[in-house]
Design a protein around this ligand. Sequence first.
Ligand code: ZN
Length: 244
Amino acid sequence: MHTSALVLFSGGQDSATCLVYALERYARVETIAFDYRQRHHVELDARHVVLREIRNQFPYWGNKLAEDHVLDLAVLGAVSETSLTRDTAFKMEASGLPNTFVPGRNLLFLTLAAAVAYRRDLQVIVTGVCETDYSGYPDCRDDTIKAMQLALSLGMDKRFLLETPLMWIDKAATWAWAHTLGARRDALCGGQKLVDLIVEHTHTCYLGDRQHRHPWGYGCGTCPACELRKNGFEKFKAEGASLS
Ligand code: ZN
């Protein structure tokens, strides 16, 4: 029986939903993030606000929240020429991958997460990677994660479970799932309170825009991350409207 988890929590919509999932399922949940000198600090700042709001608004989950770890990964920025860490425009490369791709980033994240999980005696590592509607980063694919689970379990001689609850669902389904999870701990609002928390406090925009507020949250509205979030939210709303 698994009772404890470490969630890779970046402060975005996906990882916030994964965090709530883990808080619903496990007795003790720790969080981890990586500072690799992203071109803005907004997402890392957002995560503290999300953690605070979960504690304030959902005490059942808040009581299970334990240590938060932020690891300095400046070295990743030093070896990567990408539009996530440099002030260059987004574009698709000849490889078919966007220039936001940081080679091996997720492999490094998972390895360090496993090292922390080992030390903290946490059994499950939860990450919000997804094959469905993202950019096809090869280190976020299901096969890669399964291979990492095996490599980390063998290499550290400890049985880790790597969970990827969002792997096969799209952004609209991620919003819908947050709504369902929220309803479990807030029957009165029927899930809206958690959706509102995610809209207001999580951050997705590549450009770090916290000036422009849309129905789906803050962001520039035009970068690939904003577009995904916006389209997913609108589809979720349309599907919700057609159900009721
Ligand atoms: Zn944006």
